[in-house]
Design a protein around this ligand. Structure first.
Ligand code: GLN
Length: 291
């Protein structure tokens, strides 16, 4: 006899929560409910209305094997394989950074800037899953967006996400951000945007277990975390049109140094936006000089 016989939806959810709690997974309640919705299509309302219905056994099997995976610390996003960002779905999995809520803030700053520009040309450096590039391209169908990414695995996700969202105005460029700037003309972009790796190398191993499943390459910002901001400011600033913008997501204590960097490369009106915890999460500046 299968152990999932005659389990109700409610007992599946409760059991999932219990197993995750016992494994010290934070937000066990949220995760169990999320997996329930993913496998059974049942949200909290469905649970209230139909929680006493018998749950399909084969779905139970899939649900509990997902719970087992989650117990190892594997992020929920990788287990379900898709995550929402700016209202769009993105395929994610090991090898690509999971799109974060924080990153929506830098996209919003970009959107406000691009509103006034006809046929904007944008490049997203270290594009990863393409969350930034695809959202901008969808919101501005008349934009031309380049998504630059180095990792083979991430490029595969990027391509799939462009297709999933029908974002035909995104072109993938596979290249190393520290080397391939010569492939782009000077002053050819209205916006250079990036969420580069920005965690200090030594800090990564001390962070939450979920992060250890993510590609180190997408997180490691060098000894002081600022390596990519330096390279991008130095090598890519000249690609921004006069009057165009550079916009970065930054780590918790990085606004000041990154603001200084962009100012020293010809950007003014440098502004930030706060994340939900009150950290300055973005740096955006307008280029006031010409090459
Ligand atoms: N925001 C991510 C984190 O702190 C880091 C992303 C990045 O390095 N760009 O988990």
């Amino acid at each position: 006899m299968n152990s999932f016989e005659n389990m109700t939806l409610n007992s599946v959810y409760k059991q999932g929560e219990k197993l995750l709690k016992e494994a010290d997974i934070p937000d066990a309640d949220f995760d169990s409910l999320y997996l329930l919705e993913h496998f059974f299509g049942a949200d909290r309302t469905a649970l209230i209305l139909h929680g006493d219905k018998t749950a399909d056994e084969s779905l139970c099997e899939r649900f509990f094997s997902a719970v087992e995976e989650r117990k190892t610390g594997k992020p929920l996003q990788y287990i379900v394989g898709k995550w929402n960002f700016m209202g769009y779905d993105f395929y994610v999995g090991e090898g690509v950074l999971i799109p974060r809520d924080d990153t929506e803030i830098v996209v919003e700053a970009a959107l406000d800037f691009l509103k006034g520009i006809k046929n904007p040309r944008v490049i997203d450096l270290c594009s990863g899953s393409g969350a930034i590039a695809v959202s901008i391209a969808k919101i501005f169908p008349d934009s031309d967006v380049v998504a630059l990414e180095y990792s083979d695995l991430a490029v595969e996700y990027l391509k799939k996400n462009i297709e999933l969202n029908g974002a035909d105005n995104v072109k993938v460029f596979k290249g190393d951000v520290t080397k391939c700037y010569g492939d782009f003309s000077d002053e050819s972009f209205d916006l250079v945007i990036s969420n580069p790796p920005y965690i200090e190398s030594d800090e990564i191993d001390t962070l939450q277990p979920e992060l250890q499943f993510e590609p180190r390459m997408a997180l490691d910002g060098g000894k002081d975390g600022l390596y990519f901001y330096r390279i991008i400011s130095e090598k890519w600033s000249c690609k921004v049109k006069k009057g165009g913008m550079i916009a970065f997501e930054v780590g918790e204590e990085q606004f000041e140094p990154v603001a200084e960097l962009v100012k020293s490369h010809g950007f003014e009106n440098v502004t930030y936006r706060l994340d939900l915890q009150g950290y300055k999460r973005t740096v955006a500046g307008v280029r006031t000089i010409s090459n």
